[in-house]
Design a protein around this ligand. Structure first.
Ligand SMILES: Nc1ncnc2c1ncn2[C@@H]1O[C@H](COP(=O)(O)OP(=O)(O)OP(=O)(O)O)[C@@H](O)[C@H]1O
Ligand SMILES: [Mg+2]
Length: 337
């Protein structure tokens, strides 16, 4: 759990210290009071980039030239995570227990978080890249090797794309072998992961969707076997870039057997993604022995009372929830902005 958080010149927080508890933390405040900003700073300690997709320089309080976020995270022991950004020289410095962290990705293995915002609907019904990158992130969190394989895979695809444009066929074929090897691992892991989370996903989505049946399906762009990519060479040459392989695979959400994009309500889309998060958390806990911290930006505003109760009843790890008002009789740490 994240025990304390201290913000300096982060967005609208000039200098502020927060204390949190292990279960439910409710952040209450008016529109524009900084609720989402606070969540953004928490998530930054786990993945040092804004979940709203803005530049680091946008996170610096207007008129200042740096921000600092310090969080005390506890698993078996305490870890002091410090993030510092200076817009003066655009330098980002991360320290854990006073030790410099070079690879930013290390943070999310130390302090895993899952963020859910009203953009989730977009993940469920938007372009396939969004879902693919979400699944890639989730699988990476339980499998470091998957993460490295993805990086190698992306590099291999980049190399291949350059060679395709220059029509250097022999070299393309060399990369095809590499890509096939990496693809086999990626596809196997994606299939495995989906299988592993299915039971919990069914359970959670059953509760959150009031008995409606949701499922997630994985569609491979191509079944990988040795030499298969060479057989697509002509087509790929025509396109000028690589169009076959797991970078084109799709994950799709379904409700009652129909594509969620066409059939699910807005709240249902959000609940489906949360069900995935809950299922993931259980899978994560199995070998990491800790549950990711859940960060939910205004999940309640679109939910009816029964859904709110269903959702709050599912929470097990440390959770941060923002809301403009709070009148529920739940044991929670209330933080008023
Ligand atoms: N870099 C910055 N420096 C100072 N203030 C900022 C900066 N960036 C954003 N803000 C302020 O933060 C406010 C937005 O905060 P935030 O998005 O956290 O609000 P919120 O409490 O989540 O509101 P809502 O209920 O509408 O979602 C803006 O109104 C703006 O005044
Ligand atoms: Mg907000």
């Amino acid at each position: 759990m994240l025990k304390t958080l201290s913000l300096t010149f982060f967005r609208n927080f000039e200098n502020r210290v927060f204390e949190f508890q292990g279960g439910l933390n409710i952040i209450i405040g008016k529109n524009g009071s900084g609720k989402t900003n606070l969540l953004e700073s928490i998530a930054y300690l786990s993945f040092p980039r804004s979940f709203r997709g803005v530049l680091d320089s946008d996170l610096v309080m207007w008129g200042e030239d740096f921000f600092r976020i310090e969080g005390l995270y506890q698993d078996d022991v305490e870890h002091m995570i410090k993030c510092f950004y200076s817009s003066h020289n655009r330098v980002k410095k991360i320290h854990v227990n006073e030790k410099k962290v070079d690879r930013l990705s290390k943070l999310f293995f130390l302090f895993p978080t899952l963020v859910s915002t009203d953009r989730d609907q977009d993940i469920v019904d938007g372009p396939p890249e969004k879902r693919r990158s979400l699944f890639d992130k989730l699988i990476s969190l339980v499998d470091m090797h998957y993460y490295r394989t993805l990086i190698d895979y992306r590099k291999a695809i980049e190399n291949k794309n350059v060679l395709l444009k220059e029509k250097r066929l022999e070299e393309v074929k060399y990369w095809n072998r590499e890509i096939e090897k990496l693809s086999t691992y990626i596809i196997t892991k994606r299939t495995e992961f989906l299988k592993e989370i299915t039971m919990t996903f069914d359970l959670k989505s059953g509760v959150l969707l009031n008995g409606k049946k949701a499922d997630i399906r994985y569609f491979k762009k191509i079944d990988i076997e040795e030499g298969i990519l060479d057989s697509k060479l002509e087509e790929e040459l025509e396109f000028g870039f690589s169009i076959y392989g797991p970078h084109r695979d799709r994950f799709e959400f379904y409700i009652e057997g129909r594509p969620a994009k066409a059939a699910a309500s807005e709240a249902e889309k959000r609940m489906m993604l949360l069900s995935l998060y809950f299922a993931f958390m259980e899978r994560f806990e199995k070998d990491k022995d800790k549950k990711p911290v859940l960060i939910l930006d205004e999940p309640l505003s679109i939910l009816d009372d029964e859904r709110i109760e269903a959702l709050l009843g599912q929470l097990e790890s440390q959770v941060f929830i923002t809301t403009p008002r709070w009148s529920l009789q739940y044991e929670a740490n209330l933080i008023e902005l």
